[in-house]
Design a protein around this ligand. Structure first.
Ligand SMILES: C[S@@+](CC[C@H](N)C(=O)[O-])C[C@H]1O[C@@H](n2cnc3c(N)ncnc32)[C@H](O)[C@@H]1O
Length: 493
């Protein structure tokens, strides 16, 4: 490092809104070309909050929420309505597979071994025993990566809507694997910037990305895919500071002090601890930041999904609060350890490489397009996505027992997609007062203008339901709230 240009840049950054790198030569004892100054200072732009453009003019970057007006959100929603791996990423992944396994990876003996690994990996994964020798990384890329990449962008969209994404952000991708989350986030910013540029909005950003990964093979894949992406399609108007992955187990890895977003995507189930003890690992990493948003994502299956809620509740007892998807509607959060709830944004398009490995014999075994995942976003500042608090006119779900067979009014979050079918729509409801499962049940023949908005309520959103009939389902030890033609459903968002 050259201390003189750096200390001068620090001084200029603190005293000017902008300056040209060439100006620095007026004050330096040794002259430098602009491009050399740029190279010297580049690793420090994030910490200095400077954005230096292609003309070597450095602007002081003010950290403010990313513009997210209705038209920007609508365009992003339109793009995400047909979720797919961007062609550029599809090509990169396929070329990584080709370089690792040979150009005929999808035929003959190589394809047989990969297919066998996809099946083994699925089995191991559900048992929480993943292993990552090289061929497993290949099968991961072919089978799991596309869905996990696409699903993360729905959480980013939500964070953008809530004003949580800003012009200067740092991310920590924990258990980064091949770079699923890092790449998904970079691609999301690329999509966002193309919308800004179409709307002639000048939005400059500094993004710092760190990662932790314990497997060397995975780090190599991460490095290759992320650097290849950044060399071809780095998001416009964005300085990306992608640090070398930290090669260590998350249990002991050292991390930076000031991370804004810490993402554990599909890693908790791989830790050798019980769900409650996983919270200690998460807490240790999160305690290095002031008030990071912790994003935990786990598969939607019963075991992993419920385990996530146990970890979540332990973290809440340690001082975190749930930002989303749960809302403490009656003022206090739940402590239910038996909650099975997941988000289902839909199916992605089948990437070309997935179709190739699927072949013609039992292709369904190798096709994975279903986005279905459990997640929680935790904070420590008490902020929640919805600030709604219920008042007296509604019955708490914990009091349903006394009202079986009666018509009541309730307010609750919708905590599932349609669990029924086209004849009978079923949605899980929760108001954080009971651990007994409650469902809104809407038979198609009871659908009216006044209750059909239940179908449009997004995952985690709050609905007021007036005049619903309480039924007990003894077999499943749950309650059904029948939505009839006399019931009104009012979404609050
Ligand atoms: C299922 S992959 C998830 C990869 C990526 N986050 C995603 O969502 O696609 C789990 C990753 O976590 C890593 N991992 C598992 N246990 C870990 C630990 N204790 N410390 C660091 N990384 C770990 C694995 O090596 C693997 O790369």
């Amino acid at each position: 490092m050259t201390p003189e240009p750096l200390s001068l840049a620090k001084y200029l950054a603190s005293s000017r809104a902008e300056f040209a790198l060439s100006e620095m030569n007026l004050y330096l004892s040794q002259k430098h070309e602009e491009k050399d100054l740029y190279t010297i200072l580049k690793p420090h732009f994030y910490d200095l909050s400077l954005f230096c453009d292609e003309k070597y003019i450095c602007h002081k970057l003010i950290n403010r929420p990313l513009p997210a007006d209705e038209s920007v959100i609508r365009e992003l929603e339109d793009i995400l309505r047909t979720p797919r791996l961007p062609l550029q990423i599809e090509k990169m992944v396929e070329s990584y597979i080709g370089n690792s396994c040979g150009k005929d990876w999808h035929t003959g003996e190589t394809a047989r071994v990969i297919r066998e690994n996809i099946v083994k990996q699925k089995e191991e994964y559900w048992k929480g025993k993943s292993q990552y020798p090289k061929v497993r990384m290949i099968s991961y890329l072919l089978y799991h990566f596309p869905v996990y990449f696409c699903q993360f962008q729905y959480l980013l969209l939500d964070l953008l809507r809530c004003g949580m994404l800003s012009t200067r952000m740092s991310f920590l991708d924990v258990g980064a694997g091949p770079g699923t989350i890092t790449l998904s986030m970079l691609d999301f910013l690329d999509k966002l910037h193309s919308i800004y540029s179409k709307k002639k909005m000048d939005v400059k950003m500094n993004i710092r990305i760190d990662s932790i990964e314990k497997e060397q093979e995975n780090i190599e894949c991460y490095r290759e895919l992320t650097s290849s992406f950044l060399s071809k399609s780095a998001p416009a108007n964005t300085n990306v500071f992608l640090n070398e992955p930290i090669h260590a187990p998350v249990e002991t890895a050292k991390t930076k002090k000031d991370t804004d977003f810490i993402i554990f995507s599909n890693i908790l189930a791989e830790l050798r601890f019980a769900p409650a003890a996983r919270a200690d690992v998460v807490e240790r990493i999160a305690s290095s930041g002031k008030n990071p948003a912790l994003i935990i994502i786990e598969p939607a299956d019963l075991v992993n999904s419920k385990a996530l809620r146990v970890t979540q509740n332990t973290l809440v007892r340690k001082g975190f609060n749930v930002f989303s998807p749960c809302t403490p509607i009656w003022g206090q959060g739940c402590s239910c350890s038996d909650c099975w709830s997941f988000y289902e944004p839909g199916d992605i398009q089948v990437p070309g490489f997935m179709r190739k490995i699927a072949g013609n014999r039992e292709p369904y075994r190798y096709i994975n397009t279903d986005m279905k995942f459990s997640f929680v976003i935790l904070k420590r500042d008490g902020k929640t996505k919805y600030s709604y608090k219920a008042k007296g006119k509604f019955l708490r779900l914990s009091n349903l027992e006394k009202h079986i067979g009666k018509r009541i009014n309730i307010v609750a979050s919708v905590m599932s997609g349609n669990l029924g079918d086209e004849k009978t729509f079923v949605f899980k409801l929760c108001d954080a007062t009971t651990s007994k499962p409650c469902y809104a049940v809407l038979p198609a023949f009871h659908m009216t203008e006044k209750n059909r908005l239940l179908l449009k309520a997004g995952y985690g959103s709050i609905v007021e339901i007036f005049n619903t009939l309480v039924r007990e389902n003894k077999e499943f030890s749950s309650y059904n709230l029948l939505i009839t033609r006399n019931t009104t459903v009012m979404p609050l968002q």
